[in-house]
Design a protein around this ligand. Structure first.
Ligand code: NCD
Length: 305
């Protein structure tokens, strides 16, 4: 696949070869980070981060990645309140404007398809950092990178998914990338928060939907957890019906494979008990570090090839 000059909007753009070359690049980036030195690949380049939705990790991760490569950053963490959105500027015009000032744009927005709209009007590459419950391709990249590193490959694994499978853009995007590998799925969610039927259909015979977390962990090599996505519910009451129903705790981990790993993009909210943090299978904080390396690799590929 071609990276240079491309918008990165969806996991559908990636093929196996592209993924593996990106992972190899990310490994080199990890070495650069460990060396404590700043790279020069992005010298003279500016990244603009436009966040219309809250973020802790993703924005910092992209910004840290750009800085580690010797680039600079201009950032707005609260576009909804403090940008010209307040004066009713359109996404189209924001795209045209920001692309005059930056070499690459990273954007998160609550509406599906919004990043693609801005990208269409941008003269520089735009990277999707989450568009509503649709996609979050770079989180999925770092998740697969984590799996690839931990298991030395991805083919042959069983991926367990638990949580808000309906609304988790991360789990949707994980599937989008996992399509490039031979894996099986075992899914469990509260009733009403099942994986969208289009995805289930595509998973076909490779997916098993189970009713309890115990049934899921029994066969999962990867336990991919999502929080109940509060901001996607119409009311607090509706959200409260689901939260805390399924919790990954020490008792559940007793039933999981010894070789399994537990992943969560974070934030966690009543979905993984703190006691699991000391379980050697927990990987959710380690994932964050992998995210910087993967985003360094992606920025380099998109800007330099
Ligand atoms: C995720 C997101 O924003 O979709 N967080 C992240 O990027 N690390 C997951 C979530 O918010 O639950």
């Amino acid at each position: 696949m071609k990276f240079k000059g491309q918008h990165i909007l969806s996991t559908q753009q990636f093929d196996k070869e592209g993924l593996l070359s990106l992972f190899a690049e990310a490994k080199k980036m990890e070495k650069l980070v460990k060396s404590g030195k700043f790279g020069k690949e992005m010298e003279g380049k500016i990244l603009a981060t436009l966040f219309y939705e809250p973020s802790t990790r993703t924005r910092f991760s992209f910004e840290a990645a750009m800085l580690r490569l010797g680039g600079r950053v201009v950032s707005n963490a609260d576009m909804m309140q403090t940008s010209s959105v307040r004066k009713l500027e359109t996404l189209e015009d924001t795209g045209k404007t920001v692309s005059q000032m930056a070499d690459v744009i990273v954007m998160r927005h609550p509406e599906k398809g919004s990043v693609a709209v801005l990208a269409e009007h941008s003269d520089v590459p735009v990277i999707n950092a989450g568009d509503g419950s649709n996609e979050h391709p770079t989180q999925a990249l770092l998740d697969l990178y984590t799996i690839w590193k931990e298991f030395g490959g991805i083919d042959g694994l069983t991926i367990g998914m638990i949580g808000d499978l309906k609304n988790s853009r991360v789990q949707h995007s994980q599937f989008g990338l996992l399509k490039n590998f031979k894996v099986k799925y075992v899914l469990v969610s509260p009733r009403g928060l099942e994986m969208p039927s289009v995805i289930l259909k595509e998973m076909g015979g490779r997916a098993k939907v189970v009713l309890t977390p115990e049934d899921m962990v029994a066969s999962a090599d990867v336990i991919s957890v999502s929080r109940i996505q509060k901001e996607r519910f119409v009311s607090e009451r509706e959200y409260k019906q689901f939260v805390g129903q399924f919790v990954v705790d020490a008792a559940l981990m007793k039933k999981a494979k010894k070789s399994a790993i537990v992943m969560q993009p974070l934030p966690r909210v009543d979905d993984i008990a703190v006691e699991v943090d000391s379980d050697p299978r927990a990987r959710y904080f380690k994932q964050v570090g992998n995210g910087v390396a993967v985003r360094m690799a992606l920025l380099k590929r998109v800007l330099k090839g």
